[in-house]
Design a protein around this ligand. Structure first.
Ligand code: TXE
Length: 492
């Protein structure tokens, strides 16, 4: 790829809330900095209860009055398809807005995030007129039915690690199902979703149906969760915040929640793998992609003794090849860490583990860059037992914790986590081992001989236990934005 690089100061940032189709400013107290160089990009206003109320009431009024929920569903699908086309036509602008404040290198936002976003919109547009209710078997003098209807307005709270894609997984199925929606992006990555909302209006979405409110979790996020006109919440973030979201939704409803939360996902490697190099590539990508700031990061390696030495040295070699370049450099492939506090948290977790007896194979260290960005090099740590903090706490950084096993039963026991159950990978040539992994691992997704999602949006994603409730993507994510009404009609 060429000519992708840009200068952050050349990007015009839409700073503010997006209400009823207009950018709205306010007293701007939240400082937004770029992880690529630590510079201040903007001061962001924060929506308190009043502004969240205005956004929710606007979405509710427009949803009722614009015909969005009442039109032939194919009309909604047409507008969503136009929206996807506009996303592609404005790919460079969206990619820059995403890259300038997030951890996503420009080659990846152009090559993956934006195309994936556009296809995701098309995927949900296809459900608009495909999901209906049922006719019940009743006595012939009765007609019993179940019909789906939208909630009215949904709330969406998104994280900073893939700002556009994560927001779209919440907002798009909600709109496709006939709802209005209020989105709060992370206060660290607030710009690209505003442009996404503008493009929706250009595509034909009624202004005011999709509103964006900016602010912190405590002020703005909590107000969304508690707003009486908001009938359903979709959230991605930490398990701790997910519990707070669920509590607020329960106390103000109760209202349903979809929660995509943290993880500590295992990758099991058996010594029957056909190629150490191929598996090393997969494992390396799985813990260093977006510098480990991915919910499904494969941060625990469980490797059989026969292949451990070869695999570990292949991984160590890969760790040494990473280069830290500003995300807006077209050659950048490796992500910065989103904030200083996040970087300190990662380093403290590694240090704590080493103090408690873990052996550092490759140190996770700060990397110097010409731009002054916040970068940590990939680290690998051999863990003595499952009590080690790096084995059970989500690190959300580029650090792989490793344990070696001899017998299959040991590997399956190590893969279990007392809290998380988001994803798991198994790398083996043995069908019985793969089948055992599929059947027994407590994880919302099991990948066999690969690690990571494909562009098959039909496969839902979500966790078990402390990793969440409900699913993003798939038909299930569309249906989660609808409620089921039962109807019984008498013939006379
Ligand atoms: O997450 P938060 P943070 C994990 C990861 C990371 C840790 C902290 O382990 O180290 O979380 O990151 C909003 N009511 N993940 O602090 O707090 C907040 O403004 C309503 C995993 O960024 O969960 C932001 O928009 N909303 C993860 C969003 O919630 C609230 C992605 C996420 O913030 C709120 C990100 C409240 N009380 C972090 N408090 C994944 N699963 O991919 C905060 N928010």
């Amino acid at each position: 790829m060429s000519n992708l690089g840009f200068r952050p100061e050349d990007v015009a940032l839409p700073v503010g809330h997006f209400l009823a189709g207009k950018l709205v400013s306010g007293k701007a107290d939240i400082v937004v900095t770029s992880p690529g160089n630590g510079h201040i990009l903007a001061h962001l206003p924060e929506a308190g209860g009043d502004l969240v109320d205005e956004a929710a009431q606007t979405a509710a009024r427009v949803q009722r009055q614009s015909g969005w929920a009442d039109c032939a569903p194919r009309e909604r699908a047409k507008i969503l398809r136009r929206w996807a086309d506009l996303v592609e036509r404005n790919a460079m602008e969206l990619a820059r807005l995403e890259t300038v404040c997030s951890t996503r290198p420009i080659a990846q936002t152009v090559g993956w995030d934006i195309p994936f976003l556009a296809e995701g919109i098309r995927f949900f547009s296809e459900y608009c007129d495909k999901v209906g209710g049922d006719v019940a078997t009743t006595a012939t003098n009765l007609l019993g039915m179940t019909v789906y209807e939208p909630y009215g307005v949904t709330g969406a709270i998104a994280p900073w690690n893939f700002p556009l894609v994560m927001a779209s997984w919440k907002v798009v199925p909600a709109l496709a199902a006939g709802n209005g929606t209020v989105l709060k992006p992370s206060e660290m990555t607030p710009f690209s979703v505003v442009r996404l909302a503008e493009l929706a209006i250009e595509a034909g979405l009624p202004a005011g149906l999709f509103n964006v409110v900016q602010g912190s979790g405590i002020a703005t996020g909590e107000a969304i969760c508690r707003h009486p006109a908001i009938g359903k919440i979709s959230f991605t973030g930490s398990t701790r915040t997910g519990i707070a979201v669920m509590k607020a939704a329960a106390e103000s409803g109760p209202k349903p929640v979809t929660l995509e939360l943290g993880g500590k996902s295992p990758q099991m490697v058996f010594d029957d793998i056909p190629s150490v190099d191929d598996v090393a590539d997969r494992i390396f990508r799985a813990f260093t992609g977006n510098a480990g700031q991915v919910c499904v990061t494969g941060s625990r390696l469980i490797v059989q003794r026969g292949v451990a030495e070869a695999l570990i040295s292949a991984l160590v070699a890969r760790c040494g090849q990473v280069k830290a370049l500003a995300p807006w450099d077209e050659n950048s492939l490796y992500s910065p860490i989103i904030s200083e506090s996040q970087a300190n948290h990662i380093l403290a977790l590694v240090q704590g583990s080493v103090h408690s007896g873990a052996q550092e194979l490759v140190a996770c260290k700060r990397m110097n860059t010409q731009t002054g960005g916040i970068f940590l090099s990939p680290g690998m740590v051999m863990v003595q037992n499952s009590e080690c903090p790096l084995w059970h706490e989500e690190v959300f950084g580029p650090v792989l914790a490793i344990q070696v096993f001899d017998e299959d039963d040991q590997a399956f026991a190590l893969a279990e986590h007392p809290v998380y159950g988001l994803a798991a990978g198994v790398h083996t040539a043995s069908l019985p081992r793969a089948m055992r992994a599929i059947r027994t691992l407590k994880a919302g997704t099991v990948w066999v001989n690969r690690y990571g999602r494909s562009s098959d949006f039909v496969i839902p994603t979500g966790g078990f236990g402390g990793s969440g409730i409900g699913k993003d993507l798939g038909r299930q994510a569309f249906e989660a934005n609808l409620r089921l009404k039962s109807v019984l009609m008498a013939a006379e």
